[in-house]
Design a protein around this ligand. Structure first.
Ligand code: DGI
Ligand code: FE
Ligand code: FE
Length: 190
């Protein structure tokens, strides 16, 4: 694994100004959460800086790259282009950047949908993406409060926010998102 500054310069040409700044902010937020909740800080920083590496790549290019990496999309995934950057991101990091650390690869892969049985680092990145310094959506203060309470509280709030938002626009909800939601809600809210 290379150091954070090297990965910062690797992602720079892939991303616009705003997305690059977002990635730096998510990396910093992930380190803060890692410190608070005992995850590996170096892995949190790297996962944060790399998590959206494919986000500014045009959809048609993302599709071509996914074919190249033999990625087969489910029906829901095919209909939800916003999920592609996480799926493709993992493959790109593994195949091209030669990252072999599965904590980091999984954190990037599941940073958008989440899933059941997430690792500490997966949760840290998922939540860091919600509360990074560049975020200003309605409800961000509630998410920042929840992240101070516990990772589980933040997961419940984040997943509930996502599912409400998706359903209100009649968007398909990925089965991993539903599984993650059911698990945290059953464990921590009932
Ligand atoms: O890449 P970011 O914008 O930083 O954040 P992200 O990777 O969490 O992407 C958020 C987008 O992904 C947002 O527009 C909602 C969408 N999304 C998240 N979960 C699902 C989803 N879209 C669909 N269709 N289904 C999901 O389960
Ligand atoms: Fe993302
Ligand atoms: Fe992001």
């Amino acid at each position: 694994m290379k150091d954070l500054e090297t990965y910062k310069s690797i992602i720079r040409p892939f991303l616009g100004e705003k997305r690059f700044y977002h990635s730096v902010c998510v990396s910093e937020a992930a380190v803060e959460l890692a410190k608070k909740y005992g995850a590996n800080e170096e892995k949190a920083a790297v996962a944060g800086i790399l998590h959206d590496i494919m986000k500014d790549t045009p959809s048609d290019e993302q599709l071509k790259m996914m074919t190249r990496y033999d990625i087969i999309l489910s029906d829901v995934e095919r209909r939800a282009p916003k999920l592609w950057h996480a799926i493709l991101g993992e493959a790109y990091l593994e195949q091209e950047l030669k990252i072999s650390d599965h904590d980091i690869l999984d954190a990037v892969r599941y940073h958008t949908t989440a899933r059941a049985n997430m690792s500490l680092l997966e949760k840290v990145l998922f939540i860091a993406d919600f509360i990074s310094a560049d975020r200003d959506y309605t409800g961000v203060e509630n998410m920042r409060r929840a992240a101070k309470v516990s990772l589980e509280e933040a997961m419940v709030e984040g997943l509930t926010f996502n599912i409400k938002d998706l359903a209100s626009g009649y968007k398909p909800i990925h089965p991993d998102t539903i599984s993650a939601y059911n698990q945290v809600v059953v464990m921590y809210k009932s």
